[in-house]
Write a protein that binds this ligand. Structure first.
Ligand code: C5P
Length: 278
């Protein structure tokens, strides 16, 4: 099949922990986190167009096309390479916006990887990561493509391997704006940094959780429900929350017990991004 016809996967990520260890002079926060991919996400199709325009066929509610992260990624790739081709981007959206699962960032990363190949612009992964970082702090991990302990604003990686696991992810019916969480006066920004080599599964917590739960009680309600199954945590700046299971059947049984006013899904953890092999 031609690459122009294929669906390019844009998986979700979860943050197994997320510590805020400081703040840069420009206001961005210094983080330590572990990103893990899920076998669940959006897909993107790229359709060539001859008029040289970059167009989204699937605009998101409330997002002007020029601020859409896939459109911005395609535009940034053209600016970095001098490419002039046009494209229509089709996103099959399954990941929630403002969900902390990296949906918009993953779409941007997949657009960069796909168009770099389709347009034969030949950028290496480090260059794609640099372009991605300018689009959002969570974009580089998706270009990097391997489960990693991340530092800086989330762009310096130490790869890790994790044992297979299943997750029940709950999707509260709220969109949490990331900047609102990071600018809160109540955010702790002084969690002591650890060495990447010292991280173990289960270690840490999510420093953004307290603030998100206060501003969005729905997040707290979902976390409280999940805690009956173990060490439930919020992903990123929310709103989604997850708990880990060794067995798929246990994760599915928990999903089946979900109250009627909550939504969620079960997904497997993945150490590799599906496009990391190409
Ligand atoms: O990079 P991204 O678009 O995901 O970040 C959204 C906002 O979240 C930033 O503009 C910034 O206010 C805040 N942020 C931060 N520190 C980070 C990541 C994001 O302060 N490491």
């Amino acid at each position: 099949m031609s690459d122009w016809l294929r669906d390019w996967p844009a998986p979700a990520k979860i943050n197994l922990f997320l510590h805020v260890v400081g703040r840069r002079a420009d206001g961005y926060h210094l983080l330590q986190t572990v990103f893990r991919f899920l076998d669940f996400g959006d897909t993107i199709r790229c359709e060539p167009r001859s008029d040289g325009r970059i167009v989204t066929a699937t605009p998101l509610p409330g997002v002007p096309p020029e601020t859409d992260l896939t459109v911005r990624a395609a535009t940034a790739l053209r600016e970095a390479t001098g490419a002039t081709a046009g494209v229509t981007l089709h996103v099959d959206k399954r990941l929630p916006m403002g969900g902390g699962l990296g949906g918009g960032s993953s779409d941007a990363a997949t657009t960069l990887i796909a168009l770099n190949r389709l347009w034969q612009t030949g950028l290496d992964p480090a260059e794609l990561q640099r372009i991605g970082l300018a689009l959002g702090a969570d974009v580089p991990i998706f270009v990097h493509g391997h489960t990693a302990f991340a530092e800086g604003v989330g762009e310096r990686f130490t790869d890790i391997e994790l044992t297979p696991a299943w997750y029940l992810i709950l999707v509260p019916d709220v969109a949490v704006p990331t900047p609102e969480i990071f600018r809160s006066a109540q955010l702790r920004r002084d969690t002591p940094a650890i060495a990447a080599a010292d991280w173990r599964p289960g270690f840490g917590h999510n420093d953004l959780e307290t603030v998100a739960c206060k501003l969005y009680p729905e997040v707290k309600r979902h976390l409280d429900w999940l805690r009956r199954y173990g060490d439930a945590r919020m992903s990123g700046s929310g709103a989604c929350c997850f708990v880990e299971f060794d067995q798929e059947s246990a994760a599915r049984a928990a999903l089946a017990a979900l109250p009627a006013d909550m939504r969620g899904f079960v997904a497997a953890g993945r150490d590799r991004h599906p496009l990391s092999m190409i």
